[in-house]
Design a protein around this ligand. Sequence first.
Ligand SMILES: Cc1ncc(COP(=O)(O)O)c(C=O)c1O
Length: 450
Amino acid sequence: MNAPLSNSALVDKDQEHMIHPLHQNAAHANAKVWVEAEGSHLIDADGNRYIDGLSCLWNVSCGHGRQPMVDAAAQQMKQLAFCSSYNGSSNPPAIELAERLADICYPQINNFYFTSGGGESTDSNFKLARFYWKAKGKPEKVKVISRVLGYHGVTFAAMCATGISSYWPAFEPRMPEFSHIPAPDPYHYPQPEDGSSLGIAAANELEKEILKQGPETVAMFIAEPVQGAGGVIVPPADYFARIREICDKYEVLLVADEVITAFGRTGKMFALEHYGVQPDLVQFAKSITSGYLPLGGIGISDEIAATIRESASPWMHAYTYSGHPTTCAVGLATLDYIESENLVERAASSGAYLLEKLHSELDNHPHVGDVRGLGMMCAVELVDDKEARSWYPPEWGVGPKMTKAMIDHGVFTRMRSEVVCLAPPLTTDQATLDELVAGVRNAVVDVFGE
Ligand SMILES: Cc1ncc(COP(=O)(O)O)c(C=O)c1O
């Protein structure tokens, strides 16, 4: 038998034929080739173990190597690996998953359309918002408002809502119906001068933008309850209640992008529960299968779903893999696992532990500007000048330097330029969380000094 290839030999072969998401040739030369994983650890082709500091892409919430998901996939593949779910066909795992989601999702959301991931879910909600407003006799309501540093995927339409501007230049012009308001970022949002709270001031940006665009043209506002890829931005407690009021006042659908936050990540099953607010539409992906198979979807309020069910013209929106029986069976096994292992409650308590530990180890470092988080979603923002809350110039390369230093200390995660994002599996034990924090702390010292 041939000896397994080393990490660097595999990278050489990879570079001959593969193009990767966010491809950048030079950076990929140092790629990790993962061959195995267990619990909260990833193992590369040279046998090195790393803490999976981001649950891969915020999705492997149940941890790696869980047998129930493997068994559910194998069993369903043997029985019926795939069938169409187009109008006129359905299958028991998809039906059961929709029923199960209706039980655990926001009370007014009881209807589900399945996709294969987050970006498809975003596009599905854009199209549903247009469909709904046409059905309501308001066909001019087509515009989408989202937020700076929001991430909603990078299909062409989703990219237009995504507010991380580095995703745009190579593909512009963007579609004109999209605009962005500032993020409700407690660390950077300017202190309001009119005495209102930061949360209310940041929410009022939505009202200003709706009035600027013309309320009769705005279909929806899309927001992550906690902005993830944009650097784990946790909004002030009063933000979303005011957002809900504004959406109601101007007849704008509130779409919660819970692709990262759904299924326990923040310590609640769905994250707007923290703020006592219900959205009109919700979207999810990632943790619905803990990343074991690609599945996403949108949850639709009863009122909006009625427009589809009662429409004389069909909902001409479809994906081959919508309602895929095997991915839905794995979704059901994942929900069972989340429930039986108490992962929502554990995310709340382990997340509080992780945040506290990050504060105690990092707050007093001169280049750590902010440590923040909610549940098992945390971030460490690195700054040049702590007083001014200013960043190093991009050419200084905080992101690549920190990424490498963390790998040297056994932690694999992602940065948003100067922000270290941390979202380990919800099953991660305290000893591993301690190692994770030590790895980040050691990396900060390597890059910035004591
Ligand atoms: C909040 C949010 N929405 C949408 C997406 C896009 O999901 P996908 O990469 O599955 O298209 C992501 C991906 O990270 C996300 O974090």
